[in-house]
Design a protein around this ligand. Structure first.
Ligand SMILES: [Zn+2]
Ligand SMILES: [Zn+2]
Length: 423
């Protein structure tokens, strides 16, 4: 394939591939840029470069234009790609990447990210969740058959969980590995996997692709949560099944998240900047009202680890962890080490959960600044909770108000993630 030259609109700091002098310094659209290999050349130097394009540094992540068989549907109002098949290029270790994000997420950070990657890759490799659901993004993975692929998702913990659930549901021949650009409030999974605690607005997409290229594949336990609501006589209604990757909690911690979500949806919410996120956890944590709602939770809740009932002190929250990061970066399990050293270390893929309790909402605020330690209940392969009164609950940062119920958390399978070792 020949280079695909675009006149002008060069990257910010562009040097000529031939003479190594700076490009694009004269006004107007003068120099050239190839949108596949990303090389820049001066008008005068262009003839010195070979005509054939090698797709540059990220060749193995690119889906070359010749590989796409698209169904042409001109009649549709919106120009969308309808993929028929992908013809595998003759490249050893081809590992194409799909970038998934919502352009409306994070004060338009999402829009910026998607645009940056559209320049570096085949634009068809970018899926905007504001227009299409994750099934559309995963259509790629289905067409790729046994070819391994990478999904780079720009979003918060909720978006990542949504994507991982969809991957699980589709039962693909080759499970794609997932890398993250953090765009949420807590970004707990992103922190654990080395993708950072928050979005960097000076993000360099080339640097991200380089990090994805050298990232290491790690497995992450996926847990099923089956919620059975209590009625007048035993169970009633239908069971609800959810999946959990980060943590699940009942009590003050979920109540804080719920209040936080309600505030965010309110028009009085001014703190849209991510710096305030940690502060909001602190402020909400110290509010009196939170404590009252969850007071004496231990008298209305039973916890069973591997079928054995656990003794509880006077607490206001139970947190069940899969990963070592909770409420925007607090490593709860490790923090509880001092008081109870007999228990094992935490791992994201050992088929075990870590269960801790929090005494109060005030303690939640203290934990954010390392002034307190949580109460370690134990580790288990299955956890059952009997919740005897209504209380706030959350799974991976998505809160709701739960009526009395019993819920069981059991091991489901594993998701494939990429761990960034460049942080
Ligand atoms: Zn080129
Ligand atoms: Zn030059």
């Amino acid at each position: 394939m020949k280079h695909h030259w675009v006149k002008g609109n060069l990257p910010l700091i562009a040097t000529c591939y031939i003479c190594e002098e700076e490009c694009d310094i004269e006004p107007g659209l003068t120099d050239w840029w190839c949108c596949w290999c990303q090389r820049c050349v001066h008008e005068a130097c262009k003839s010195a470069l070979s005509e054939i394009c090698d797709f540059g540094k990220f060749k193995l992540m690119i889906i070359p234009p010749g590989s796409l068989e698209v169904i042409n549907r001109r009649s549709t109002m919106r120009r969308r790609l309808h993929l028929r098949s992908i013809i595998r290029p003759n490249w050893l270790d081809w590992n194409p990447i799909i970038v998934v994000g919502n352009r409306k997420a994070g004060n338009n950070d999402g829009d910026q990210i998607l645009s940056l990657f559209r320049r570096l890759l085949n634009p068809a490799q970018i899926t905007d969740l504001a227009e299409r659901d994750p099934v559309a993004a995963l259509e790629w993975c289905r067409l790729l058959g046994k070819t391994p692929s990478i999904i780079l998702v720009a979003g918060g913990d909720g978006t990542i969980a949504w994507l991982l659930n969809t991957i699980n549901k589709l039962q693909l021949q080759s499970i794609p590995s997932v890398a993250i650009i953090p765009l949420g409030t807590g970004n707990d999974l992103s922190r654990v996997l080395g993708w950072g605690k928050e979005h960097d607005s000076h993000l360099d997409p080339i640097e991200i692709l380089r990090q994805v290229q050298t990232a290491e594949k790690v497995m992450l336990d996926r847990w099923s949560v089956i919620i059975k609501p209590y009625g007048g006589l035993g169970f009633r209604g239908s069971y609800q099944t959810l999946f959990m990757y980060n943590y699940i909690s009942v009590g003050v911690d979920a109540q804080v998240t719920l209040n936080f979500h309600r505030t965010r949806e309110s028009r009085f919410y001014l703190f849209s900047h991510r710096i305030f996120n940690k502060m909001l956890y602190l402020c909400f944590g110290t509010q009196q009202v939170v404590g009252r709602e969850c007071k004496d939770l231990d008298k209305n809740l039973e916890v069973y680890l591997d079928g054995k009932r656990a003794e509880l002190p006077s607490i206001e929250s139970i947190v069940i962890l899969n990963i070592p990061s909770w409420a925007a970066g607090v490593d709860l399990w490790k923090m509880g080490e001092e008081d109870n050293k007999d228990l094992g270390v935490q791992s994201i893929n050992d088929g075990k959960l870590e269960v801790v309790a929090l005494y109060s909402s005030f303690q939640m605020a203290q934990l954010q600044i390392g002034l307190s330690t949580p109460y370690r209940i134990g580790q288990a392969r299955t956890v059952k909770i009997k919740l005897l009164r209504s209380c706030a609950m959350q799974v991976d940062g998505e809160p709701w108000y739960q009526l009395p119920c019993e819920f069981n958390i059991t091991y489901c399978n594993q998701a494939a993630m990429l761990m960034n070792n460049n942080f």
